[in-house]
Ligand binder design. Structure first.
Ligand SMILES: [Zn+2]
Ligand SMILES: [Zn+2]
Length: 348
């Protein structure tokens, strides 16, 4: 019998236990599928939470996340295509939407396919290769390297957040939390014409990264009152757009405190299921602020890839680890010291 070709794949065995296994090289099974050699794959906060054992949705994504599903933010090179594939060919560099709308359910038919629950989901990019369906694959322009393209999924979430807050040029924006999503949103807000973007994070390395990415007002909330900084800059009014990118208290409440009358609060952080927030309906009524959330970003890939061309994201992807050292990468990501932590597959 011909010996089967094997690949490395990181899989979760339990809380804080991720191991690199040898698995059979994946095969194209349907004519619309594409086989991709993964070169770079990011570590998502949702994966970190799952590895840490947090429950992220009732009965859904949780610490029991299927062992084979780790990794959904990635870029690589097409190595084989199915018989019906026409839009990509072998040798092209690509990135992939990890969940595609079904196109058939009530949400899709109502035009809100971004919220489709019957998604085709194919995680498993913390591996040497992965199969994806053609409709989810986007080719990369020459000036977007794979390491940057590996942030397309979280960056597209940030693009959708900017859409959903309805940011207008000249508005003031506060972003609480400079993890990848918070940082991306802050940079995009600046790019979209915000007058002041105020970013707050307790971690010095994240504040430095925010400054490197062009954010002018960066606050250490342990040394300075964020509220005072915001109120000073806005003549006591608060910001028109207040974005929480942590998913925990007191950040969620603070986003409400800092918003101006008539402004928009965005809860962008993925909060574990046990988190609740006291909201005063009276305050909400009198200040008439809008409270919004934003779930993922699957329809924004084209615009996101253009923003990868337009903005230099290299400072965000400096921390790269070999797939062989996946737990080192996970532990480093847990320190929240970096921008995006990237797993590299092609360093052998
Ligand atoms: Zn993600
Ligand atoms: Zn659907």
């Amino acid at each position: 019998m011909e010996s089967e070709r094997m690949m490395r794949a990181a899989r979760m065995y339990g809380k804080l236990d991720v191991r690199v296994d040898m698995l059979p090289w994946p095969r194209i099974e349907k004519p619309d599928e594409v086989l991709i050699r993964v070169t770079h794959s990011g570590i998502c906060g949702s994966e970190l939470h799952a590895i840490e054992g947090y429950e992220l949705s009732k009965g859904g994504l949780s610490g029991a996340l299927a062992a084979s599903n780790l990794g959904h933010e990635y870029a690589g090179t097409v190595i084989e295509i199915g018989a019906h594939v026409t839009s990509v060919r072998p040798g092209q560099r690509v990135t992939v939407v990890p969940r595609g709308p079904c196109g058939k359910c009530d949400l899709c038919r109502a035009g809100i396919s971004a919220l489709c629950r019957k998604v085709t989901h194919r995680g498993g990019s913390w591996a040497d290769a992965i199969v994806a369906s053609e409709q989810l694959v986007y080719t990369l322009p020459d000036d977007v390297p794979n390491e940057v393209a590996a942030i397309t999924e979280p960056l597209s979430c940030a693009v959708r957040i900017i859409d959903r807050v309805g940011l207008k040029a000249g508005q003031n924006v506060c972003v609480i939390g400079a993890g990848p999503i918070g940082l991306f949103v802050a940079v995009l807000a600046k790019h979209a014409g915000a007058a002041h973007v105020i970013v707050s994070d307790i971690r010095a390395s994240r504040r430095e990264l925010a400054q490197r990415m062009g954010i002018d007002v960066v606050v250490d909330p342990k040394a300075q009152s964020l509220r005072e900084v915001v109120m000073d800059l806005t003549h006591g009014r608060g910001v028109e757009v207040s974005i929480e990118a942590v998913g925990l208290e007191p950040a969620l409440s603070q986003a409400i405190e800092l918003v101006a009358i008539g402004g928009t609060v965005m809860w962008a952080g993925l909060a574990p299921t046990h988190i609740t927030v006291p909201v005063s309906p009276n305050d909400m009524f009198l200040r008439e602020y809008t409270l919004r959330t934003s779930w993922g970003g699957v329809l924004e890939y084209e615009r996101t890839i253009r923003l990868e061309q337009a903005i230099d994201w290299k400072p965000v992807v400096q921390e790269q680890f070999s797939l062989d050292h996946v737990m080192d990468a996970v532990q480093f990501a847990r320190t929240q010291a970096a921008g995006k932590v990237i797993l590299k597959m092609d360093d052998k």
